[in-house]
Structures are given as structure tokens and as C-alpha cells.
Design a protein around this ligand. Structure first.
Ligand code: URA
Length: 233
């Protein structure tokens, strides 16, 4: 692999900035200075340093973003800021969001450049658990809980799998789903006569917000990445 490609994949700087690093003699391979950006390296064996700091080889990156309100789940948008705006300074090629949260929805959104895993996690066969915390416009009751348990039929007659609605207080509940239909939570609530006034995803698979404030993200550790990859098996 070319060293400039390695550095660009590592997301440390933009391509033009990396070019400059070579000119400025800031890069070493196994402690030997390198000025040729096309020099070949073995990312699993060679030790690459920029400014004497080791750059770890990572084929893929995985982050959990606490998506704030007002951001759209898209790579680009003409009108609104996007969830990817938080990651532009990382310069990681192919980084994108796994599934979508509505513009007004907050919470856990997985961001990765591992396309294979990302696609699988949003496919219906993955059965990934998603937990939402929601507030509705009217008081909830146990009859609604039973309807969710039996399986909600949406207004367009689409049937949802049985799901677990837990009332937290009068107008607040958590909802556990293993599907990811378009606007699913809002449409499920609407089919039983409620409007969702606030929606926050608190869990996707086993991934939670930890202590993230809206707009903050954390990078998954090796154990979390292995755990996520188990879905593919
Ligand atoms: N269900 C919705 O209605 N909206 C979301 O953003 C996520 C799930």
C-alpha cells in the first residue's frame, strides 16, 4: 500500500495537507525519514510516524454520534446541516451514517466506513434492537401497551412485529423495536391516535450514548467493534 494512501485512510489530514507533510519531512517509516509519497509500505508491519507519533492502521472506523435536533441523516444536503458535518475534519473516506434518524429526532447514530457491516445492520434480517425514549401528546395507558405487544398495523395496513412499549410516566414511554421502517415510531404511535412530540434513540444494538452531549461522538473500542461484527456471523 502507498504511504500517502495509508495516511489518508488514517484520517489524520486532508490529501493536500499530507502532501505537505512529506515536503516538511514530518513522516518516517521505521524511523527512517520518507519524502516520496508513493513509497510502498506494509501497514501490518511497518511503523509509520508523523511528527514522531505512531499512526495506527485501521481499515475501518466506527463512531457513535449523539445526533442533535435540526441535522439531517445524509452525507450532503442543500438546506440543512447533516450528521456528517461533525466528521469532516477527520477526512475519512467512505464514512457514512448507518440508517437514518429524522431531522427532529436525537440520539444514537452509528457512523462507519465499514459498508458491509453498515448495510447488514440496517437490513431487515439483522433484527438489530433499537430503543427509543418518546414523549407523546396525550396520556398513555395499558391498552396501548397491549396493542404494541400484539403487533401494530400502520395506517397503510403495513404490519409491524410485536414490540415492547413501557410507560415511564403519563406521556413518556420507551419503545423497543427490531425493525427500522420509515418514520416507524411516529407512524406506530399515530396508528393508535397519538402524536410523538419528542423522540430520542437511546440504544442501537448494544450501543448507548454513554455521556455524550448532542453533537458529540465517541469512537468504538476493539471490544465493541468485535461485538458489532458478531451480527455478520
Ligand atoms: N422512528 C421515527 O419515527 N423517527 C425516527 O427518527 C426513528 C424512528
Amino acid at each position: 500500500m502507498r504511504i500517502d494512501k495509508f495516511l489518508s485512510n488514517a484520517g489524520i489530514a486532508s490529501r493536500s495537507e499530507i502532501k505537505r507533510f512529506f515536503k516538511d519531512k514530518r513522516i518516517t517509516i521505521n524511523d527512517t525519514l520518507v519524502i516520496q509519497s508513493k513509497t510502498q509500505i506494509d501497514p501490518n508491519r511497518d511503523i509509520i510516524k508523523v511528527d514522531n507519533k505512531i499512526i495506527k492502521y485501521k481499515p475501518y472506523y466506527y463512531f457513535v454520534l449523539n445526533k442533535p435536533q435540526g441535522y439531517v441523516s445524509a452525507n450532503e444536503d442543500d438546506r440543512y446541516p447533516t450528521v456528517m458535518d461533525f466528521f469532516t475534519n477527520l477526512h475519512i473516506k467512505g464514512l457514512t451514517h448507518v440508517g437514518r434518524l429524522d431531522k427532529d429526532t436525537t440520539g444514537v447514530l452509528l457512523i462507519t466506513n465499514d459498508g458491509k457491516l453498515g448495510h447488514f445492520l440496517i437490513s431487515p434480517k439483522s433484527n438489530v434492537k433499537k430503543i427509543y425514549s418518546l414523549i407523546v401528546d396525550k396520556e398513555l395507558n395499558e391498552a396501548i401497551v397491549k396493542k404494541f405487544k400484539d403487533g401494530i398495523v400502520l395506517e397503510n395496513k403495513e404490519r409491524c412485529k410485536p414490540s415492547k412499549l413501557t410507560i415511564v410516566n403519563k406521556k413518556q414511554a420507551t419503545l423497543e423495536l427490531t425493525e427500522g421502517k420509515y418514520h416507524q415510531v411516529k407512524r406506530m404511535m399515530r396508528s393508535v391516535g397519538y402524536e410523538v412530540t419528542s423522540l430520542n434513540r437511546i440504544q442501537f444494538a448494544f450501543l448507548t450514548l454513554k455521556n455524550l452531549k448532542p453533537g458529540e461522538y465517541y469512537e468504538l473500542n476493539d471490544q465493541e467493534i468485535n461485538e458489532l461484527n458478531k451480527y455478520l456471523r
